[in-house]
Design a protein around this ligand. Structure first.
Ligand code: SF4
Ligand code: ZN
Length: 278
């Protein structure tokens, strides 16, 4: 697949699923990696080419891990290349030390980090007046999640495997995933061919975390199926989106506001506040 084919596929996804419209204010989460960079470039290109009146801002969470300053610099470069304003938020300045929390709670750092990122991205995007939050999750990520949820009979989550997921609560910002139909190989090729700067591994833990190491095995499985059957991943992703409609989203009524911070949660105290309680 060439980089122009990636562009066309992403543009088709944006159009077919109504990811962008006039008057939108979209926040894109930038990690410094190839996926979020590709999503940023193609979203900005789409808005420009189609002459859509829509504001795009980029948001980067400086996680305070390893090379965080270098990661932030790459995000600045990426945002500057497309003329989008970047806001960097330091989680340490918010009083969050991921390593310390992971140590105290005896949890894997990636699981703590995941809770913090989900919480802050939603909250900050909403507080900045954005009505959509774009992420760089790609097709391979969704296919791996799909298989894992299928094997653990966790069918409910499959209802979220779509390029656009409306917020199930007024405080949950609508998620858009422009890369839903392009995988790791394609986003890497797109960045390379367009000389877009990105970090190979934005975080030191991405190589050692056991979940991430296992995920790479899943990717290998997907790519070996692709060698055997052309377009295996793309066709499977299209089936997953159709299938997602069969699974009811019964979560809206269960949402309430966290007793401590007021953010949406399905428990009395949200996951973010729970990891911060000693
Ligand atoms: Fe966070 Fe783990 Fe990703 Fe690093 S590898 S950014 S710790 S989730
Ligand atoms: Zn809370």
């Amino acid at each position: 697949m060439e980089s122009d084919a990636v562009r066309k596929r992403v543009f088709r996804t944006i159009e077919k699923y109504g990811l962008v419209k006039n008057g939108d204010k979209i926040c894109i989460a930038l990690s410094g990696g190839k996926d979020s960079a590709c999503a940023l470039f193609l979203l900005a290109k789409y808005v420009e080419e189609k002459n859509i009146e829509c504001e795009i801002m980029a948001l980067h969470l400086n996680l305070g891990l390893g090379e965080s300053e270098r990661v932030e610099d790459i995000c600045k470069e990426q945002a500057a290349r497309v003329g989008v304003k970047l806001e960097s938020v330091s989680v340490r300045e918010l009083g969050i030390d991921l390593r310390e929390i992971a140590r105290e709670k005896k949890r894997a750092i990636c699981s703590v980090c995941g809770v913090v990122k989900r919480y802050l991205l939603n909250r900050l995007a909403r507080e900045k007046g954005c009505d959509k939050l774009a992420t760089g999750h790609n097709m391979d990520d969704f296919l791996v999640f799909f298989f894992k949820n299928l094997l653990s009979k966790n069918y409910f989550w499959i209802s979220k495997f779509r390029p656009k997921v409306e917020g199930a609560h007024e405080k949950v910002v609508c998620r858009i995933r422009p890369l839903f139909f392009v995988g790791n190989a394609e986003t890497e090729l797109f960045c390379r061919e367009n000389a877009i700067p990105y970090l190979q591994s934005p975080c030191p833990y991405s190589r050692t975390d056991v979940v991430k190491v296992r995920r790479r095995k899943w990717y290998e499985m997907l790519y070996s199926c692709e060698r055997f059957q052309r377009n295996f991943r793309y066709n499977l992703a299209r089936s997953v989106v159709e299938m997602s409609g069969f699974f009811e989203r019964g979560e809206a009524k269960e949402f309430r506001e966290c007793r401590i911070c007021g953010e949406p949660t399905n428990r009395e105290i949200c996951a973010f506040c729970r990891i911060r309680l000693s």
